[in-house]
Design a protein around this ligand. Structure first.
Ligand code: GAR
Length: 207
């Protein structure tokens, strides 16, 4: 499979940095082909520029979702991207975009899906009173935070947690599992049965 990653982000970019660090350290055999932000002021974009990666902002103001996503696709194709990684990308993708990269768009979400999809997942977990939460890497399908789950990590919720302390504990695991899940997909070390993404070390999935 084409190992060129296209990173989409909207903010801080710590998951993007963790992926870039894994590649630099030789833990992940991939290359970052481009980093795109819908927000010009996203700190992640500046970090990508400092790392001498191809980083562009494509502002979404005034564009409907389909027109915006066409611009995104154009940029990704220009850079021959094989796998799209959403890393704190806070926009919904159009059906046309998702169909353009079947099983080639991954997302990281800061909860154990299907619990607490959408915004402020760590806040939702605290308010609900769960004793464990975590993070999920999944394939992106046409519904919100709903595609087949590739990898999850569990994190305990402590009595004195705030959104900030809990988010920090979850984030540490996000940084670990996102690179691992990208590796699983790039190596084809999985097969899909229904919604289940199963480990497939023996038989390589043809992608
Ligand atoms: C991460 O916690 C990520 O899981 C979350 O946004 C944060 C981005 O941080 N994504 C979502 O909530 C998507 N539904 P980062 O910019 O430092 O990677």
């Amino acid at each position: 499979m084409n190992r060129r990653l296209g990173i989409l982000l909207s903010g801080r970019g710590s998951n993007f940095q963790a992926i870039a660090d894994s590649i630099d350290a030789g833990r992940l055999n991939a290359a970052i082909g481009c980093v795109i932000s819908n927000r010009p002021e996203a700190p992640g974009l500046a970090i990508a520029q400092q790392r001498k990666l191809h980083a562009v902002s494509i502002p979404s103001r005034g564009l409907d979702r389909e027109s915006y996503d066409r611009l995104l696709l154009e940029e990704l194709r220009k850079h021959d991207i094989g796998l799209v990684c959403l890393a704190g990308y806070m926009r919904l993708l159009s059906s046309a975009f998702i169909r353009a990269y079947p099983l080639r768009i991954l997302n990281i979400h800061p909860s154990l899906l299907p619990a607490f999809p959408g915004l402020d997942a760590q806040h939702q977990a605290l308010v609900h009173g769960v004793k464990f939460t975590g993070c999920t890497v999944h394939f992106v399908d046409e519904d919100l935070d709903s595609g087949p789950i590739i990898q999850q990590a569990v994190v305990p919720v402590e009595d004195d947690d705030t959104v900030e302390t809990l988010s920090a504990r979850v984030l540490k695991e996000e940084h670990r599992i996102y690179s691992e899940a990208i590796g699983t997909v790039l190596e084809g070390r999985y097969r899909i049965e229904g919604r289940r993404v199963l480990n497939n070390r023996a038989r390589m999935t043809k992608i």
